[in-house]
Design a protein around this ligand. Sequence first.
Ligand SMILES: [Zn+2]
Length: 234
Amino acid sequence: MKKFKNTCLYIRNKALIILILCPAICFSQDNRAISLEALQMKNAGLVDIRDLDSSITVHLLYATVNNFTGEQMYKSLREAYLQVEAANKLVLAQQYLKQINSDYKLIVYDAARPQWAQEIMWNKVKDTPMKRYVASPQRISMHTYGVAVDVSILDRNNKELDMGTPVDFLGELAEPKSETKYLNSGELTAGQVKNRELLRTVMKKAGFRGISNEWWHFEAFTRVEAQKKYTPIK
Ligand SMILES: [Zn+2]
């Protein structure tokens, strides 16, 4: 009994130390340490995609300064959350990809994105030509409904396949609708377009829809469906 009490005290003290040192960390119902940003997603019914398939790599661009805003928007969020149905589709896409090439796996650069983060992004671009690449906060991004994902493919050495531009490249070269033009001009190679096509093939087979101006962005539902089914994440 004494040993049990000591163990309980140890766990409680450890939890207190973590809470004091990391005010953005709290504990979920299953007692796992979790950031406040992640807890907000969980409480809204979203799932951490790596809880469904840990072979999917996650590297959130907006948890770093290496994104087009130059700001680290997510202070503590490091996991990719999606609505359950969207996450299940992503797991399927990963399976389809592995069936085609067992050395390949998906890497997720962004998934559910709260409205406040979308507002930061919009304020960066609203007075520039780049505004056509970012959803206005009034319109509500499909990321904010938790049904959009920014994704690419890693090879067996965890190196991203060459897609012709990095993710988050705001320009025509990243636009699927302009691929023929840039293939003809030599600014995109056949190999780069083939890699994009592979990504589109597995994502579409799993039930996602691509968009015409970003090769990395896919949506699990139409806007009308998302509006009916889900509430935007605050
Ligand atoms: Zn996106």
